[in-house]
Design a protein around this ligand. Structure first.
Ligand SMILES: N[C@@H](CCC(=O)N[C@@H](CS)C(=O)NCC(=O)O)C(=O)O
Length: 122
């Protein structure tokens, strides 16, 4: 079972590496605006988790700058996630905003929907 999980994880990483989406290009002023919106976002994730790969691909495709934290091997990151987010489940987006309570958003689809809305430039 451990081997099958390890093998599937490697397959996911290989397929991901071979099919990486091309990052979108924005004019500098727009990229600066987007960077400002994401500057206090952090994604807690596992390298080979398919749901995390899905979110990381969205981040890459949309040229978002978001810190990634490994919550599998790094015990400090894992504790931060469990103690503040409430569960050891990834992906989880930590959302810090000025003068607002920090939010911990679980579920890959919810994270992608949130990031799409948050970084939309009108
Ligand atoms: N429906 C969730 C599924 C997330 C999920 O199952 N994540 C797994 C890793 S792939 C997890 O965190 N498992 C907990 C653990 O391994 O401790 C999503 O789309 O984000």
């Amino acid at each position: 079972m451990v081997f099958i999980r390890w093998f599937l994880g490697k397959c996911i990483l290989l397929i991901n590496a071979l099919t990486l989406p091309k990052p979108m290009l924005r004019i500098k002023a727009d990229q600066d605006k987007v960077d400002k919106k994401t500057q206090f976002f952090t994604l807690y994730q596992f390298e080979a988790c398919p749901f995390c790969v899905k979110v990381r691909r969205f981040i890459r495709k949309n040229s978002l700058k978001i810190d990634l934290k490994d919550a599998k091997n790094n015990m400090a990151n894992k504790s931060e996630l469990v103690n503040n987010g409430g569960k050891h489940k990834v992906p989880c987006l930590k959302i810090e905003k000025l003068n607002e309570k920090t939010m911990w958003l679980y579920e890959s689809d919810a994270i992608i929907a949130f990031l799409a809305k948050e970084t939309e430039l009108s």
